[in-house]
Design a protein. Structure first.
Length: 131
């Protein structure tokens, strides 16, 4: 198993151009039979987000907070983001920048959310659990 995961390298190929090989700190072989199982094992201890729903598929994670109160939902979601972010800092697996999508009954007010004191980009639409 160690030889399967250790000392991984990558290169970028675009048309005829090829980069040199470079080491990669966190990876697993793509399109292998073991990749989905290894990813599930790798992320199995993501902390639960009390009062929220967490959904994962492949390498996407969605945290949903629902409340009649926008302030309560925002607070709950920010707490969940903080908890998952603390966990993620131990393991360098974040590959896509996080985005935030709200559906607030056509309200224009969107609370700000943060990861490491950096505001999360908000979008009006997003692909749900799709790369």
């Amino acid at each position: 198993m160690e030889s399967y995961l250790a000392e991984r390298i990558f290169k970028v190929v675009h048309d005829e151009a090829k980069s040199d090989y470079h080491p990669i700190a966190a990876s697993m072989p793509q399109e292998s039979l073991l990749a989905p199982l290894l990813y599930l094992l790798y992320t199995a201890d993501i902390p639960p987000t009390a009062g929220n729903e967490m959904t994962t598929f492949a390498d996407d994670t969605v945290i949903t907070a629902v409340s009649e109160s926008q302030q309560i939902a925002t607070y709950s979601l920010q707490q969940a983001i903080n908890s998952v972010n603390k966990w993620a800092q131990q393991f360098p697996i974040l590959s896509k920048p996080p985005t935030l999508l709200f559906a607030l009954r056509n309200r224009d007010l969107h609370p700000r959310m943060y990861i490491n004191d950096v505001q999360i980009q908000q979008k009006k639409s997003a692909k749900y659990l799709d790369s």
